[in-house]
Design a protein around this ligand. Sequence first.
Ligand code: SF4
Length: 223
Amino acid sequence: MNQYKINELFETIQGEGSYTGQPSIFIRLQGCPVGCAWCDTKQTWEIEPSDEVSQNMMLAKVKETSQWAVMTVEQILVLVKEKGFQAKHIVITGGEPCMVDLMPLCQAFELQGYSTQVETSGTFDIRVSDQCWVTVSPKINMRGGYPILKSAMIRANEIKHPVATEQHVDDLKKLLTEHGIKNIPIYLQPISQKNRATELAIATCIANNWRLSVQVHKFLGIE
Ligand code: SF4
């Protein structure tokens, strides 16, 4: 596959996980069936043919919408140059980007000297290059009914888990134990920056020697 359905493409600072602070080019793909109640990108869920727009219309969006454009890998590379983006790190996100084969996209950027990262819920096979940094944010027992795949947990370079309740922490511990996951960074991310979620995340990180991810971009008011 050499083309992708793109909801957004922009340059910013990565605000989450190990790459926090890293200038990055975000490629947000359309489509996600996972159904997290607190999802902050619900506009990416459905792939409606009537929402397909031109590349220029997709890029001209001034607010979050469900509109998407098809772009080939070559068109994406050209666009990144034309826009004058300076970042050398690519973040492929969604939606659920692992619904599609991301290998061509990773390889094309890596050949040009970029590093790549994918952010996924862990519910689909992860088809990326060996060098790609994989952030699995396991979405456990969500409405869509997709289980977290063992292959995704094993491929993860880091786990980033949204938390608001003790149940979320317990679910994560169970998942890590089930799949024997050790020795990679575990980040807790308070859902919606709520005080109670943040307090729980801090206490749990200290108790388990995990790390806190606070979505820096939201505090900075950037995308
Ligand atoms: S997996 Fe991500 S994009 Fe999909 S519903 Fe959950 S938070 Fe939203």
